[in-house]
Design a protein around this ligand. Sequence first.
Ligand code: AMP
Ligand code: TRP
Length: 329
Amino acid sequence: MKRMLSGIKPTGRVTLGNYIGAIKPFVSYQDEYEMYIFIANLHSMTIYQEPKELRQNTKDLIALYIAAGLDPKKVTLFLQSDVLEHAQLGWYLGCMVNMGELSRMTQYKDKVSKNETIGAGIFNYPSLMNADILMYDPDYVPVGEDQKQHVELCRDIAERFNKRYSDTFKIPEPLVAKVGGRIMDLQNPTKKMSKSAETSKGCIYILDDIQVSKKKIKSAVTDSDGHIHYDPINKPGISNLLEIYSILSNKPIKDIEKQYEGQGYGVFKNDLAEIVGQELEKIQARYREITSGSYLDDVLEEGAQKARNIARKKLAKVERKIGITIKKK
Ligand code: AMP
Ligand code: TRP
């Protein structure tokens, strides 16, 4: 069985974009792959997190993964901070990456261009991410489009390490979903739907009130030509809604276009609002069940133990190869 690994940061509330672009694909992979999914809470510290909110967002995120259908019996689910080896390997890998390589990362460049004071964590971010990945030798790393560059850097660093020492890390492949890789803001469909958007009108949260979420779909910005057709360049609003519809209903976009031929945007949006509402209702009911007892703590403890078993061995191997370990055995 091929191995897959991915992490998601507990920053802000989980959006429909996260659900479609990251969580839902994981659920579909879990029978086919050996999966490792973790909450990247160390990465979240690169931007100040209000402690109470961070705690809540972390719990919500793990609960939402499970509520969305991820089965902790099949998937190893854990908190990054529970496996101390990540930070240690991150240090070694950070010593192998060049400043120039880190400076070329879009995520870092975006932050710098905003001219805000930024912490060194943003710059070093990819080294820790490289450790997260290489620790577990995954074949595939499913990520959103914005993270592809980081996984590519990870491949370079793995190759560099393998060449300098000897074969140690598997070279991972990024896996970016073709549809749903980039769900757009409902009010500004040329911008990614994001929890950090200025207004929440264009962003649906998975724990949103159902009526509110439906309203957000119905008031999504479209265009005036009235034709339901997929064309992300000229019709970004409708194309975005078509992607959401297609993923949540499991229907190809072509079929949906045909189904709504000759009908206005109103009918289409009303139907999509119902589909989104039903999906959220299902997840929220399960979320309430999961968060009522100590179930989550148990899941995380079990996940951390499984992850630690692998991480401990991998780190020991790395430390032997690079000369850090001096003990014979
Ligand atoms: P973030 O919310 O930026 O921390 O991203 C968490 C995960 O969700 C990453 O894999 C992102 O690529 C994915 N993601 C975030 N926003 C979207 C979006 N609007 N559309 C698709 N995927 C997204
Ligand atoms: N950087 C990823 C994001 O912002 C989160 C992440 C951290 C991750 N470590 C990872 C994703 C390892 C995949 C693999 O979404």
